[in-house]
Design a protein around this ligand. Structure first.
Ligand code: KG4
Ligand code: ZN
Length: 349
């Protein structure tokens, strides 16, 4: 099959609590890629897991099994293409919850056999990087520095190309999204807490409300590119424990300011060291308004740096980014050692 022709990719994502299918038209090579979404559908389990304060793996598995066929049907209907037109299926194999990942993998394998098309294993975090390609047609200038901020990961990845990638920093303890979710829980806010904290912090800014105390900006002076968020979380815990009257808005704002300052400082340190041409920020936490605004402002300090942030609906888990990342994996055209097997801790490769 000629690579420059249009390919229709079916992406499947079941790594956590979203069951998602997307049908994407892809074209180009590793130097110039473009994508067009034909149809996508998603079923979120957030409400169900919220009762437990977090994702319950076996419930997630059961829900994915129940919903995946329906979500596929919806996506196909929206795309208006027949299943027989699909050229490649791609499915998340990790990182994520293994029981949940297996549902997608088994489903993809069966469908691949039925349609006689290859099934390409996709890496969820590489999907978050690829999420910026959906609103940008054409060429990404390498090297790229990617900051990934999600519920399970906080990492800095340096990419010389779509094939050569290296992790240069990561969190030593909690992921930044996890810190948002835990602090939200301490404040009595529902799961997932990121959007709730974000909402309260925005209200505090509108009303010019500050906390009388500053929380730490962890590891901003360390020489490496690593992160740590558990100390910040504990600082919030102690503050809430010792204080009689709590202003949730002020706490949310101060916590968010600490996160913004920490992520921006570390990203700048890595930009200064690695001189990337492009900065990509991916993962659910970049849905956050204050983070989006502050990262875009970096342009003032680095006028030549291209800053790519996914559209808001592509920041949290979705199958469109998996289709894009699976297509890149397909184009790599090297004997990948990736197996079609759930890998909870799968690394960038
Ligand atoms: O990428 P994602 O959808 O799933 C994982 O791969 O983990 O990220 C989910 C994380 C959750 O921790 C959620 O609280 C956080 O993203 N999040 C936010 C916002 N929206 C989602 N965090 C801060 N502000 C937001 N607006
Ligand atoms: Zn994710």
């Amino acid at each position: 099959m000629c690579r420059m022709t249009l390919m229709i990719i079916l992406g499947i994502e079941t790594s956590c609590d979203e069951t998602a299918v997307s049908i994407v038209e892809a074209k180009g090579d590793l130097k110039s890629l473009s994508f067009r979404v034909l149809g996508s559908a998603m079923h979120s389990q957030v409400k169900m897991h919220a009762e437990y304060g977090g994702v319950v793996p076996n419930l997630a598995k059961r829900e994915h099994q129940k919903n995946l066929p329906l979500v596929l049907e919806q996506a196909i209907k929206e795309a208006g293409v027949d299943l027989s037109k699909i050229n490649i299926i791609t499915v998340t194999i990790g990182p994520g919850l293994e029981p949940a990942l297996w549902v997608g993998i088994n489903f993809a394998e069966e469908l691949g056999k039925k349609l006689g098309v290859p099934v390409i294993p996709a890496n969820h975090m590489e999907g978050h990087i690829a999420s910026v390609l959906l609103n940008k047609t054409g060429v990404v200038s390498f090297p790229v520095l990617a900051l990934l901020i999600s519920g399970g990961h906080t990492e800095l990845i340096f990419l010389k190309s779509w094939v050569e990638k290296e992790r240069i920093g990561e969190t030593q303890d909690d992921a930044v999204g996890e810190a948002f979710d835990k602090v939200a829980r301490m404040l009595g806010l529902p799961y997932p807490g990121g959007p709730e904290i974000s909402r309260l912090a925005e209200q505090a800014r509108e009303q010019d409300i500050h906390l009388e105390k500053k929380f730490p900006r962890p590891m901003i002076h360390s020489e490496d590119f690593n992160f740590s968020f558990s100390g910040l979380k504990t600082a919030v815990l102690y503050y809430l424990r010792d204080k009689k009257e709590i202003n949730k808005m002020a706490v949310a704002r101060e916590f968010e300011d600490a996160v913004v300052k920490t992520l921006i400082t570390k990203a700048r340190k890595a930009i200064d060291e690695y001189s990337p041409k492009t900065l990509i920020i991916g993962g659910g936490v970049i849905a956050n308004k204050a983070l989006r605004e502050n990262f875009l402002k970096l342009k003032e300090n680095y006028p030549d740096l291209e800053i790519l942030i996914p559209e808001k609906f592509l920041t949290t888990d979705n199958a469109t980014m998996i289709a894009a990342s699976g297509y890149i994996e397909y184009l790599r055209n090297q004997k990948s050692d990736r197996e079609l097997k759930a890998q909870g801790n799968l690394d960038i490769s």
